[in-house]
Design a protein around this ligand. Structure first.
Ligand code: HGA
Length: 609
């Protein structure tokens, strides 16, 4: 989604801003722009549709000198991707970049047009800059004008504003969209994600909901939602935990698939004893809170929702606790009853997913016993606003299609299952067995990754296809859902997933020789049932591709391709069977020649509703 970078320095800032945008590219966007204040010529802007490299070319042809500036990558919500809709938006000497959505933009536009403002774009964002300009005319103070303007805004924003009449400062504000201040020596920066500023600093102050900040080269000041001056903690980032380069791999996605054994090892570190899960890892209050939990409600979007669906089978099957799962964009607008002593679990890679965050905030007004976030980003809004959190330790995930974030979320959810199950149906021997499976997990993933060459060969069968069907049963159904989502996201092949038992209730009508059917078949209690479902496909001339346990007794035959997967314990099977599906979608996307790391129309951290 959109990215913001800003700088107030005593040196040229355009290269810093450009590098910041490059570091945010992985989030997905459609255009980019920059405004810089030059002491000689005032405020000037460059914009480009497409990649940041196009903006870089525009800047090379026509540089933007100056020591104060803002820049943006836009993922359009209001108005198509175009140069005139790209940010920054201008009003007189004021320039502004914005992440989020202004819901009352139509009413504001009408009001501002009545005041004589002419709009240059179709965006909701442009209303903000004219509003600030309007108040600035009355008080000649940018900070005061921003404070005044945000009281008129309905919706979500992270914004940054500069004014050529006050060239040595930048004002920024957040509500519903993250912003961080990067602290330098004699220079300060702002960004929507600290990753954008790692080349200039490792010290960050995270703004909180409703905060407004004034940032100058030598200092910054923050006011909270009640307009009281506040001090926000300065955090030092651990450099070793970060990596944002592809190394030997052709794509970030492939690198991230191959990182899974090591990031899962890291996600388990300090959380597993030899026989027990160390629940203290969930926080000092965890034991006290979890012992009273009688129900679990999971809320998430996309891949994280699939992780939640897997966890439902674990939390009900191993812990013996009722568990519901719902996509956040539905949950937040539905009337429902909160059951007694329910733990609300949110799952989000970025911790800034707008719908999930809104669901958490809604839950805080209802009668939930406690909230717990499963998240990959320290200091994200979701983490800061939850009672408990469980970090996934996947490291930065750059590929838009989630891989290592998903499997580390599953690891966190197994730990949570045990932590809750202990107070319910899970006995010591069962916990010990789960801990043993988790200790074995990283090596088993490495073994599964060695199937890569076979999967690459298999992918040829998909290159000309337009549709695919993914089947699983029980806990493998959400694994099939995630497999279908991966294929859709990066190869643009239409893929659907079904619990295999549902086949004859409709989707079987689609099966013919043009419809590849992919099935995940561990050697579990549903294997024989799954085999019957697959017979139904074969009998109708369907082409089957089955990832099966070595001992599952499948034999290759015309129309039936088998890849043997290592035999694994039931609890970790969803993680193991996810790996071949990730590799399959990757290789199919390569054959299709798509943009694997930044698929069209998608964004990494979905910070708009
Ligand atoms: N609504 C603004 C910004 C969109 C955004 O934040 N995307 O992630 C626009 O459409 O320009």
């Amino acid at each position: 989604m959109c990215g913001i970078v800003g700088a107030v320095a005593q040196r040229e800032v355009s290269a810093i801003l450009l590098e910041g945008l490059r570091r945010l590219e992985y989030r997905g966007y459609d255009s980019a722009g920059m405004s810089v204040i030059s002491p000689q010529s005032g405020l000037a802007s460059r914009k480009a549709v497409g990649k940041v490299s196009a903006l870089a070319s525009a800047l090379e042809a026509s540089p933007l000198p100056g020591t104060t500036g803002i820049a943006h990558t836009r993922w359009a919500t209001h108005g198509q991707p175009s140069e005139r809709n790209a940010h920054p938006h201008l009003s007189g000497d004021i320039a502004l970049v914005h992440n989020g959505i202004i819901e009352n933009h139509a009413a504001l536009r009408e009001r501002l047009e009545g005041l004589g403002y002419r709009f240059a774009s179709e965006t909701d964002t442009e209303t903000i800059v004219h509003l600030i300009h309007h108040y600035y005319q009355q008080q000649r103070d940018l900070l005061g004008a921003v404070k005044h303007a945000v009281t008129d805004l309905e919706g979500a924003y992270g914004l940054a504003v500069i004014n050529a009449e006050q060239p040595d400062r930048l004002v920024c504000a957040r509500k519903g969209s993250p912003l961080v201040i990067g602290i330098g020596i004699g220079e300060n920066f702002i960004a929507s994600d600290h990753l954008a500023l790692r080349q200039v600093t490792d010290r960050f102050a995270y703004l909180e909901e409703g905060d407004i900040a004034e940032v100058a080269p030598g200092h910054f000041r923050v006011w909270n939602a009640d307009d009281e001056p506040v001090v926000r903690d300065v955090n030092q980032i651990d450099t070793a935990a970060e990596s944002a380069d592809k190394g030997q791999y052709r794509h970030f996605m492939l690198k991230e698939i191959y990182e899974q054994p090591s990031v899962i090892r890291r996600s388990l570190a300090g959380r597993l004893g030899s026989r027990k899960v160390l629940t203290e890892a969930l926080g000092a209050k965890a034991g006290e809170i979890l012992k009273n939990i009688e129900n679990v409600q999971i809320v998430a979007c996309g891949t994280s929702y699939h992780a939640g669906m897997v966890a439902k089978y674990w939390i009900e099957g191993f812990a013996g606790v009722p568990c519901r799962v719902e996509v956040a964009s539905e949950f937040r607008y539905r009337k429902f009853k909160v059951q007694q002593n329910t733990l609300l679990v949110t799952i989000s890679q970025s911790g800034e997913t707008a719908d999930t965050l809104a669901a958490l905030r809604l839950a805080q007004t209802l009668d939930y016993a406690a909230t717990l976030a499963i998240c990959n980003v320290n200091q994200s809004s979701l983490v800061r606003e939850s009672d408990l959190f469980l970090m996934t330790e996947a490291g930065p995930e750059i590929g838009v299609a989630s891989t290592k974030a998903f499997t580390t979320q599953l690891v966190a959810l197994i730990l949570l299952t045990v932590a809750i199950g202990r107070y319910h149906d899970l006995d010591e021997a069962e916990e010990e067995a789960i801990v043993k499976s988790l200790h074995a997990l990283p090596d088993l993933i490495t073994e599964t990754l060695s199937l890569d060459d076979d999967i690459k060969k298999m992918s040829n069968a998909f290159a000309e296809k337009h549709h695919a069907l993914f089947l699983g049963r029980g806990v493998q159904w959400p694994v099939a859902m995630e497999g279908a989502l991966k294929l859709k996201e990066i190869s643009y092949i239409h893929a659907e997933s079904y619990p295999a038992g549902e086949l004859k209730h409709g989707p079987l009508a689609l099966v013919d020789s043009d419809m590849p059917v992919i099935a995940v078949a561990p050697n579990d209690e549903l294997l024989e049932k799954l085999k019957s479902n697959l017979q139904e496909v074969q009998a109708r001339g369907g082409q089957l591709f089955v990832f099966a346990d070595k001992a599952a007794g499948f034999e290759e035959s015309p129309g039936l391709d088998i890849i043997a997967v290592p035999h694994v314990d039931e609890i970790i099977a969803p993680l193991i069977y996810t790996i071949p599906l990730q590799l399959l979608s990757y290789h199919v996307a390569i054959l299709k020649g798509t943009d694997v790391d930044q698929p069209r129309n998608l964004a990494k951290s979905v910070t708009v509703e």
